[in-house]
Design a protein around this ligand. Structure first.
Ligand SMILES: N[C@@H](CCC(=O)N[C@@H](CS)C(=O)NCC(=O)O)C(=O)O
Length: 220
């Protein structure tokens, strides 16, 4: 039996959550409140770095979302979320790495602004948008005319980049400039796995309030 420790609003968790759903794997979900649950001894015994997501499969513990995705593909290969041809394998990994190494750091100021956690100077916002646009152009280039990054089948490239896609507009990145990416985003948002894992406006507002309280308590 799979046990998935997560927090619904975390994109690191969501990529695993979407993969579990896309692979039709039954699992028990344990939701952590990151206000302290992650520091309790039981959870620290699973992940000493106190991060979600964590997956436990029949007593075997996997931390780090990308290791979890690898494990799921190896242990439960069907349906596959991997590419098989060499160009697809490279595209999949490029999209994954560009997402975490380029997109994530670039959009930090935009997330901060969207969530109302503070406002960086205009120059920093403009620079963040510029960097994010380079990623969007890269995505559009890799997507080409295909429905998904690696062709006709959904792969982990779509899962990893696609769990950010619903936020692009709200981050101030106009998707009308990227019609093929916009169509890809709609394609993903129509899938049950994306619909199940998309946070509601209420969940988002509650998260925003909790974070603001936490930041105020820490004097930020
Ligand atoms: N590299 C890790 C990052 C995980 C991560 O940063 N998780 C955050 C939530 S998005 C977390 O658990 N934060 C709570 C903490 O560090 O105490 C992964 O991909 O799984």
């Amino acid at each position: 039996m799979l046990t998935f420790y997560h927090t619904p609003l975390s994109v690191n968790s969501r990529r695993v959550w979407v993969a579990l759903l896309e692979k039709n794997l039954p699992f028990e979900a344990i939701v952590l409140n990151l206000g302290g649950d992650q520091l309790k001894p039981d959870f620290l015994s699973l992940n000493p770095f106190h991060h979600i997501p964590v997956l436990v499969d029949d007593g075997f513990t996997v931390i780090e979302s990308f290791a979890i995705l690898d494990y799921l593909e190896a242990q439960y290969p069907s349906p596959s979320l991997l590419a098989t041809d060499p160009k697809g394998v490279a595209t999949l990994r490029m999209v994954e790495m560009v997402t975490v190494n380029e997109l994530v750091p670039a959009i930090n100021p935009l997330i901060k602004q969207m969530m109302g956690f503070g406002q960086d100077p205009e120059e920093a916002i403009a620079q963040a948008k510029q960097k994010a646009e380079v990623v969007l152009k890269f995505y559009a280039d890799k997507l080409g005319d295909g429905p998904f990054f690696c062709g006709d089948q959904l792969t982990l490239a779509d899962v990893v980049a696609g769990t950010f896609a619903p936020w692009f507009e709200q981050l101030g990145l106009p998707m009308a400039n990227y019609p093929t990416l916009q169509a890809w985003t709609s394609r993903l948002m129509n899938r049950p796995a994306w619909q199940t894992t998309q946070p509601s406006a209420e969940e988002l507002a509650a998260f925003r309030d909790r974070m603001k309280q936490r930041m105020a308590a820490q004097g930020q």
